[in-house]
Design a protein around this ligand. Sequence first.
Ligand code: PBG
Length: 330
Amino acid sequence: MNRRPRRNRKSVAVRNMVRETILTPDHLVYPLFLEDGKKVKSEVKSLPGNYRWSIDKMLGEIESCIKLGINSFIVFPHIADKDKDKVGKYSYSKKNFYLKAAAKIKKEFPEVCLISDVALDPYSVDGHDGIVKNGKIINDETLKVLQKMSLAQAAAGFDIIGPSDMMDGRVRAIREALDGKGFSDVSIMSYTAKYASAYYGPFRDALESAPVEGADIPKDKKTYQMDPANKMEALIEGELDTIEGADFLMVKPALNYLDIIHMMKDNFDLPIAAYHVSGECAMLIAACQKGWLKYEEAMPETLLSIHRAGADSILTYFAKDFAKLYKERK
Ligand code: PBG
């Protein structure tokens, strides 16, 4: 045998020397759930270790993450029923606690990268990402709301606007709205290839934002989120988002879609983000709680695989735990 690949695995030093993929906390974005009120820290039952925070408590959490090396956060609001309607008006209202919270976070920690969520679902009585009329999700009318929501978020201080709604043409609509009001420095991280996945359950529990049951309300999001069977469609979405002015292309979920992440990285020059979604994290947590997997080993391997597949940045509920391990092991 003149070729023995095991020679390059023979010691820690050699393995470190030839390692191809290095994941650091810099690559990670930490999702946080925000609730109105004070002194709230309530655990999301289907996503242990994750909480709905009121802003006073969330500031402390962000501070502890920064100390561990996490500097990017994406915040999602839990909206009370009284503030929901058919068209998401509260999303751009001056009263919206989500917008006030963003301003507080940026005032306290100007150096963090703060990412928003743009979609109607947390604000919608129907629990859909767009306006529902006669059993259909109305695309172009929804765009106008998304524009107002994005402008309000940019004004509040968000660094990156994150449209997660999957309406056609929304990146261009948002880019035009932002540029028109002088927010040309505000970026767009587009949920480019977002699939109609079964893995969003814990997130919808956290926000109480699942599609509502009703005669004229579609029971799922399959007319706007992508079919898990489709791959080429991700290229169409990627091309459109690139032309329309996105700064990042996101694939979501991550683990069952590593082939899509890889394909997007090969086909586009923009940074690729992957959303390692709530259900994907929950199933690993559950297996670890049962003692079937070791969290300290399985969790970093999972994140590494998403990075190796081609994701430049990863949105994951494991960001803080990864950063802790990274610090310990360094
Ligand atoms: C909704 C939105 C969802 C997630 C992020 N934004 C859920 C959905 O599309 O129903 C899911 C994230 C997760 O599961 O962690 N616009």
